[in-house]
Structure formats: C-alpha cells, structure tokens
Design a protein around this ligand. Sequence first.
Ligand SMILES: C[S@@+](CC[C@H](N)C(=O)[O-])C[C@H]1O[C@@H](n2cnc3c(N)ncnc32)[C@H](O)[C@@H]1O
Length: 236
Amino acid sequence: MAFKHWPLVRDLRFAQKCGRFLRGARKRRPDLRWDEFHRIARHFKQDDMGSFAERGYLFQLASDLPAGAQVVEVGSWMGASTCFIAGGLKGDIARIFAVDNFQGLSTCGEDSAWYNRHFQKLGAKSTLEIFRKNFADLGFASRAEPVVSDSLAAARTLAAKRGAIDFIFIDGDHSYDACKADIVAWAPFVKRGGVIAFHDFGSRADGVTRAIFEETKGGRFAEIIGVAGTIIAFRM
Ligand SMILES: C[S@@+](CC[C@H](N)C(=O)[O-])C[C@H]1O[C@@H](n2cnc3c(N)ncnc32)[C@H](O)[C@@H]1O
C-alpha cells in the first residue's frame, strides 16, 4: 500500500486539505452550511473523483437552488458528487435523478482502463448498491432517485421533465461524441434561469472540453456562472 494510503497518513492529509478548503469557503460564503459539507466529505474521505474545490462548488450550486429543487446528475458512480449536491438541497420534495448504468464502464479514453480496473477491484456487479448505501449512511435516501440506464435512453424516459429541472450536472461518458450528445439531450431539461454544469472541462478528457467549447460558441448557454477546478457551470 502506498504511504499516502496508510489510514493515519490519509486521515492527516484529509484533515489538512479539508481544513484549508473550509477556511477559505467559510470566508467566501459564510451563509452556507459548511458543517454539512464537512460531514459528507468525511464520509467520502477515500473518494478520488474530485477535489475539495470541485465538491465544494457542487455543494454551493445546490445550496443556491430554490427549496424543492429538481436535479439530474448524469454519471453518479458511487454517489459522491450526488451526495454533495443532496447536502445542499432544501425542502422535502427536492430530488436528484441519478442517471448511470452503474457499470462504471465509462469510455473516458485512457480513463476507461482505470475505470474498469477500479470496477473489477470492487468485486461487485454494479455500483448501484454502493451508491444506495452511501445515500442511506448520510441520511439522504429520500432525496435520490437512481435511474439505472444509459444516459440517452434516460433522457427519453424522463422526457416529461423537460423544462422543469433546476440543475443538471453532467459527468458521464467523457468522449467527444457522447458529451456532445448529452448536452443536446439534457440541456432542454433545464428550466430558464436554471444551471447546467460539467465535470472535466479543461482536463485531459479533451472530448469534454471540445464539446462544451463548441456548444458555448454556438450559443447553447446564456452565461458562464462559474468555474472550480475542472467544473464549469452555465446559466440557461
Ligand atoms: C466520472 S464517473 C462519475 C463520478 C461522479 N460524478 C463523482 O464525481 O463522484 C462516470 C460515470 O458515468 C457512467 N457512465 C458512463 N457512460 C455512461 C452512459 N452512456 N450512460 C450512463 N452512465 C454512464 C459510468 O458508469 C460512471 O459511473
């Protein structure tokens, strides 16, 4: 086991990095419930799908939504990003539709090999049970509606929700064609003034960056509202 994965070292690194992030976050946005963010971050101490800045930004975007907001996430994996969003939501009827095939078989170019290795190591047939357990452990079970499906098929199944979604976070298949197809399929779900955000803009996933860049130039989004790490968010 690498030194940084020793439990004591991992806990120390977590406390240092999370503490540093939270000091800045509390100054920037003293109105948000950062203790709740900390609780979720502690649960996902071993998660390696996003930085504190990125997780914090998702939490902030969700916290800024109106009470009872409806959210779609495309690409939930084990539910870490989904839980950070859930933690920011308000009101009993707020929901996240978590769209994923839960097979972890992302076609992320070089990352697909990593995904498949990681997935095989889990020794599970699907990440769905892990997703459900994470939600239940954090007390968010009633907020999540897992949609076990390919992304584009889910966009057809959920067609009745077009124009009614407050926030969509896209972090699924990272190839150019798939990201472009996700934008075309999912952007019409976001209500006017709602938010669409993407993970891996400007990362080594060139296809994601190119697809978002083209759609931005083509006028798909009304305005950029923020960037944190490789998350970029737009107002529709
Ligand atoms: C990068 S992971 C998501 C990580 C998660 N958002 C997080 O930050 O914790 C990508 C996920 O997208 C899913 N995925 C990839 N292609 C998909 C597709 N076409 N339809 C549905 N899910 C897909 C994979 O199963 C994987 O769980």
